[in-house]
Design a protein around this ligand. Structure first.
Ligand code: ADP
Ligand code: MG
Ligand code: MG
Length: 247
C-alpha cells in the first residue's frame, strides 16, 4: 500500500532548478533509500517533505490525504520526523544530553518534567541507539558520532509514522552503524516508513528494500533493491557517459 507519494515536485533556488519534476512513492514496510551524487537534490527533496523548504510545484500525499506543509511543525504534526544532515543545527550545545533527547516531549508534554524522569527517559532512548552516556553531561562534550546518535534518539522520543535520515552513518563507526540498522529494522517491523539517504552503496544494498536515484532534477531509477545491481545504481547516479569514462 502506498503511504506517501510526492508528485511532480519542483524546486529552484534563484535561477538554479534543483528539482525539475520528481515523483517519489513509499509503500508501507519499506526502507526506502534515496541516492544521488552530491548536489543531486536529495536533502532538498526531503526538506520539502519535512516542511523545512516550501516546494515551487507538485503535491505531497500522505495516507491518501494531500498535505500542505508550511513549516517543520506541520510535518511533525503529521508524524514525520527528519534527522537532518546538519546535526549541530538541530541540537543545543549548551543543554544537557538529556534535555536535547527529550526536547520534543518537553515542548509538547506536561510543563513540569522532573530532571529525574527526564534523565530516565533519556537513558532509555540513548540505550535504544546503543549509546552509553551519562545524560546529565552537556551535549558539547559529545563527539560528532555521539551527536548523530543523540539526534536519532531525539527523533525516537515520540510516536512517528515516518522517519527521514539524511546520511546518518557519515560519522559513525561500522559497529555504531550496525546498531543503527537494527533500530531501523525494528521500526520497519512496527510499520514506520523509513527514508534513508546515503552515499554508501554496500549499506544501502544491505538495509534498503527500495531504491530511488535522483540525477539532474529527475528520478533516474525507482526499483526494488533485490532487483538492482550496483552497476545499474551507479549508472543512474552518474549517467552512462561518466561511467564509460571511468571504465
Ligand atoms: P544533496 O543532498 O543531494 O547533496 P542538496 O539538496 O543539498 O543536494 O543540494 C542540491 C543543490 O541545491 C545544490 O546545488 C545546493 O547548493 C542547492 N541548495 C540546497 N539548499 C539551498 C539553499 N537553501 N539555498 C540555495 N541553494 C541551495
Ligand atoms: Mg550532499
Ligand atoms: Mg544532502
Amino acid at each position: 500500500m502506498t503511504i506517501l507519494s510526492l508528485t511532480s515536485i519542483q524546486k529552484s533556488f534563484g535561477d538554479q532548478t534543483v528539482l525539475k519534476g520528481v515523483d517519489f512513492t513509499v509503500n508501507s514496510g519499506e526502507v526506502h533509500a534515496l541516492l544521488g551524487a552530491n548536489g543531486a537534490g536529495k536533502s532538498t527533496l526531503m526538506k520539502i517533505l519535512s516542511g523545512d523548504y516550501e516546494k515551487d510545484g507538485g503535491s505531497i500525499t500522505l495516507n491518501q490525504k494531500e498535505q500542505y506543509f508550511k513549516t517543520p511543525a506541520d510535518a511533525k504534526e503529521a508524524g514525520i520526523e527528519m534527522v537532518v544532515q546538519e546535526v549541530d543545527t538541530a541540537l543545543v550545545p549548551s543543554l544537557s544530553i538529556a534535555e536535547n533527547v527529550t526536547m520534543n516531549a518537553f515542548i509538547t508534554g506536561p510543563a513540569f518534567f522532573s530532571w529525574r524522569k527526564r534523565n530516565k527517559r533519556a537513558e532509555e532512548l540513548l540505550q535504544r541507539v546503543g549509546l552509553k552516556l551519562d545524560p546529565s553531561l552537556p551535549l558539547s562534550q559529545c563527539s560528532l558520532a555521539e551527536k548523530q546518535l543523540v539526534l536519532i534518539a531525539k527523533a525516537l522520543s515520540r510516536e512517528i509514522s515516518f522517519i527521514i535520515l539524511d546520511e546518518p552513518t557519515a560519522a559513525l563507526s561500522t559497529k555504531e552503524a550496525d546498531h543503527l540498522f537494527s533500530v531501523l529494522r525494528d521500526l520497519q517491523k512496527q510499520g514506520v516508513g523509513i527514508i534513508y539517504i546515503s552515499h554508501r552503496l554496500p549499506e544501502v544494498m544491505e538495509l534498503s528494500t527500495k531504491i530511488t536515484v535522483l540525477k539532474d532534477g529527475f528520478v533516474t531509477l525507482h526499483k526494488d533493491t533485490s532487483s538492482c545491481s550496483s552497476e545499474e545504481i551507479v549508472r543512474a547516479m552518474l549517467g552512462n557517459e561518466l561511467v564509460e569514462l571511468l571504465n
